[in-house]
Design a binder for this molecule. Sequence first.
Ligand code: DUC
Ligand code: ZN
Ligand code: ZN
Length: 458
Amino acid sequence: MFMDLIIKNGTVVTSKEMFKADIGVKDGKIVAIGSDLKDDGAKTVDASGKLILPGAIDAHTHLAMPFGGTVSADGYESGTRAAACGGVTTVFDYPMQRKGHGIIETVDAKRKVAEKEACCDFAFHCCITDLNDGAILDEFKDAVDYGVSSFKCFFVYKKEGMMVDDATFVKILLKAKEVGAITNLHAENPDMIDLRVAQYLKEGKTDAWYHYMSRPEFVAAEADKRAVHWAQNADAPLYIVHMSDKEGLEAAVKAKMEGAKIFIETCPQYLEFTCDVYKRPDGRNFVCSPPMKGQESLDALWQAIKNGTIDTVATDHCPFQQSEKDWGLNDFTKIPNGCAGVENLYPYMLGAATDGKISYSRAVELCAENPAKIFGCTSKGSLAIGKDADIVVYDPKKDFTISVKNMHSDYDHTIWEGTTVHGYPVQTYVRGSLVYDNGEYVGKPGEGKFVKCAPVKF
Ligand code: DUC
Ligand code: ZN
Ligand code: ZN
């Protein structure tokens, strides 16, 4: 068989096993996995001593998102360039449907920009903020046919016009289930947050610590539990994004064990940092919602990473520039919410495997295979014949200290500054095309393609 590319002598990692094999690629697809593959016409890469992994899918990024009085610092080009340089070959972004506007119109606008700029493949969850008197629900089926089989709701951001109430949420859950889609949720309790924020401001408590104090564990847990309750009653699939608290996690896991179709995502920042970061002089840089929680939650999240009850790890990538974070120096409510992460996801989780905390197979399951399965990315997420050749060559012996200087985004600081990970990607291929090579982005913006997600049924 004629092949374009053969990656030789590496150790292939799947969610089930690791084995020595060569991988053959033709026309952007994996066409052969075996020993001693030969093709005189193919470009050959020697991956001796390296791991060969499926490209990661970051199921949670906010690119060029208008938020907090500005726009998130990474647009499609820089966000997906950073993704590719961290071994992420598909990102999910969140077009924001607004009152009076439709789903496909909203998604199309983002897709047009992405098609010009994206350095890796991209897919969409559409945020639903208003049902337009029911017309939006009628559009769900068209959205699924279009390739968007995932919708997102916020229980927060009332003032920003993004919040849905419980009845709207249940309508979305039921309709999504009917048309083969899944509902995502950002779970925190908005009224409690408003109450606590007002109290702290009145008391003159304005530093970043009070961002955490205004939305601590129990404020997220109430919303997690409420969402789980409605999803269980509707018997509908629910994906809880950025789980950060032990109490909510336990409620979601319990429902899962009872047979509910609940999927749980967490993010590296909740696995690495506790709320103590908000006491640092640069605490405002860590302000994201939900905030990092206490050690007990961090430990519970790690336990669920290890025991299989968390389904995915994604980033909530939503960086803002230092000057924008500084708006909140004297008032935590003025800090745009969000942090960088897309380039750090895979190195962080694979580094945890290098350190022996989890297996490489589990890292692959959390960052590639499970997001592909949950969101209907049928050609993505694993190394198997017929799948897209989204491939990462990873050197488990290469230590890497993260700094804004060696990232590939447009932001000017990172919460990961100074963190060392053990092991690092050395090459990333998107559909067989080399986009990252030993520290450098080597692809072409615009080569990323829209991923049409299949309908999902659980
Ligand atoms: N939280 C953030 O921190 N940023 C973007 C949106 C969100 O929910
Ligand atoms: Zn969120
Ligand atoms: Zn988010």
